[in-house]
Ligand binder design. Structure first.
Ligand code: CP
Ligand code: NVA
Length: 308
């Protein structure tokens, strides 16, 4: 069973294959209308369940469109409206869904929910974000970097802000794709040691630098994300804002990076909190390419899971 649960759990060669396949599929569409099917229809006759226990714009729409372009069908399910949200176990849900659909994508809170779904499903399961990681996003981001700047291997990426789920998947990618990664944020919001440890064990150069200006020196890529994630409590908002304000990505900070550095944000962004509008809309920013590439990268992930 080929689940796509996390970047560090997926073979590095397979990850590279997915990025290359995604770029080829994007090229093959060559600007066609979004609703026009691909020439190849590998998902013809296949049904995919997309389960959301948290809000989503990009993940929901990009999976749905991508699967349809490949000839498959989708159903978008809200966790709240399923029996899952009313006491049915994850294991039973996984067993039942596996009788109806060929693949399950789930966005959820606890990582354990994803792992149990994968354990009991008899069809592939894809991680569409948990409190701990967001692997599909970083597949799209690696693809985006390489489209603009060539191989990511050996380049320097710098994360400014909260050491959250998106940051964790970046650390996994640093290990698997072999690039340098610097975390810059307050100590209380450091990424988990396990994520830093994985990347280091794989030989990636990983640094933690509290001073954001020093951190971004020589950066090929500067990354930000929201200061308050969907799983963070509303009551932590003010504290987080106070702690993270020095890590805002603005023109002054970008001036410390390489002149051709890219800026990425998985979106949704809170303009003028973690990033200024000037940077979001400025020459370094590739945020909407990242959003588009969710579509192409996930099509490659889905095909890999189904062996198609
Ligand atoms: N970046 C991302 O996953 O966006 P959504 O929350 O809109 O899916
Ligand atoms: N860190 C953010 C990412 C959203 C796509 C969150 O978990 O809310």
């Amino acid at each position: 069973m080929k689940h796509f649960l996390d970047i560090h759990k997926t073979d590095a060669k397979a990850l590279r294959g997915m990025i290359d396949a995604a770029r080829a599929m994007k090229e093959a569409r060559n600007g066609r209308p979004k609703g026009m099917p691909d020439d190849e229809q590998p998902l013809a006759g296949r049904m995919v369940a997309l389960i959301f226990e948290k809000p989503s714009t990009r993940t929901r729409v990009s999976f749905d469109v991508g699967i349809r372009q490949m000839g498959g069908q989708t159903m978008v399910l809200s966790g709240r409206e399923m029996q899952l949200g009313h006491g049915e176990t994850i294991a039973d849900t996984a067993r039942v869904l596996s009788r109806y659909v060929d693949l399950i994508m789930i966005r959820t809170y606890e990582e354990q929910t994803l792992l149990e779904m994968a354990e009991y499903a008899t069809v592939p399961v894809i991680n569409g974000l948990t409190n701990r990681t967001h692997p599909c996003q970083i597949m799209a981001d690696v693809m985006t970097f390489e489209e603009h700047r060539g191989p990511i291997q050996g380049r320097k990426a710098v994360w400014c802000g909260d050491g959250n789920n998106v940051c964790a998947s970046w650390l996994h990618a640093a290990g698997q794709f072999g690039f340098d990664f610097t975390f810059s944020g307050p100590q209380t919001l450091d990424p988990e040691a396990e994520f830093l440890g994985f990347a280091r064990k794989k030989g990636a150069r990983i640094a933690v630098e509290r001073d954001p200006a020093k951190a971004v020196a020589g950066a090929d890529l500067v990354i930000a994300d929201t200061w308050v994630s969907m799983h963070d409590s509303e009551s932590s908002k003010e504290r987080r804002h106070n702690q993270l304000r020095p890590y805002q990505v603005n023109d002054e900070l970008m001036a410390h990076a390489k002149p051709d550095a890219l800026f990425m944000h998985c979106l949704p962004a809170h303009r003028n909190d973690e990033v200024t509008s000037a940077v979001m809309d400025g020459p370094h920013s590739v945020v909407f390419d990242e959003a588009e590439n969710r579509l192409h990268a996930q099509k490659a992930v889905v095909r890999w899971c189904l062996g198609l």
